[in-house]
Design a protein around this ligand. Sequence first.
Ligand SMILES: NC(=O)c1ccc[n+]([C@@H]2O[C@H](COP(=O)([O-])OP(=O)(O)OC[C@H]3O[C@@H](n4cnc5c(N)ncnc54)[C@H](O)[C@@H]3O)[C@@H](O)[C@H]2O)c1
Length: 320
Amino acid sequence: MYQDRHIAVVGAGLVGSGWAIVFARGGHEVCVFDENERIRASLRDTVAAQLRDLASHGLVDDVDSILARIHVCDTLADAVTDAFYVQESVLEREDVKKNISQAIAEHLAADAVVGSSTSGIPGSAFTADTPSRERYLVVHPVNPPYLVPVVELVPAPWTSTESVERAMALMNEVGQAPVLVRREIEGFILNRLQGVLLREAWALFEEGYASAEDIDKTVRDGLGLRWSFMGPFETIDLNAPGGIRDYAERLGPLYHSIAASRTELQPWSTDLIARAEEARRDVLPADELAVRRGWRDRRLMALAAHKAKQAAGGQPDESH
Ligand SMILES: NC(=O)c1ccc[n+]([C@@H]2O[C@H](COP(=O)([O-])OP(=O)(O)OC[C@H]3O[C@@H](n4cnc5c(N)ncnc54)[C@H](O)[C@@H]3O)[C@@H](O)[C@H]2O)c1
């Protein structure tokens, strides 16, 4: 039934084009619409280049058939009509999200669900007046979604349980790792966790406890190694002989004291940002940023390939 119908991707910039790969790689026909003609004209080349990169890391093996499932549409109506799911990835502005949500509703099939890629605007801010608003929710990816599988599903107060379940089932089916945010909160889960780490990193740097490079090293060569395959709760459960309770009893007071020492919140000052920028530019000149981004993406692909191999060939107990 749903599987016989296509998925619509609305907005085909960085994130939308990545979603097209996710859905087509998952075996779905995908109809993509972007209001920018230039983006529409170059979409297939953009996606083909990304797919070739993925293939060179063993992450996909059928570039041509994936590409053949991606269709560029000239109108929103062509893309959305008859789709069973719509992934909206347009500009991150409340008024733009509001207008596109309403425009999508005009062509939406009676059973279709709409996910918005918004990074931080709660769905309730832009779908309140949308017809069929019970079928709209936030489906927030990490860029690029075909390499980083986590996706945050955030229902608005009026999103139906069935719509959430349908989006969840689809994300699982196409190989993403969906997380349910039970109710709306600024920054959802991922950026709130990242925000806490960043707050402390900036503060330690500002107060001169360590260089920016050494703070990065602490994550890169320390905390981050475990974080590519387990989260904070599992980490502490394994880091005390008696598990999480033991850990909480031993180290709870330390973490409470650390948290209590950070109650004075200041915005990152211009001076502080300039110092951090200087520290970063010493390590990486501005004209090498793009090259380093390419390096990051290749490292991510190698890591994704490694994780896929572990999941496919590892012992059952290796994944736990
Ligand atoms: N870039 C990221 O790292 C990232 C990560 C997660 C989520 N997001 C979210 O994804 C969404 C898209 O971000 P992006 O980085 O791909 O931006 P982008 O600027 O690369 O792409 C946005 C695209 O939307 C198109 N567009 C704008 N209005 C439109 C309309 N009315 N109809 C059709 N197309 C329209 C634009 O032409 C553009 O191609 C935003 O909500 C953003 O917050 C971005």
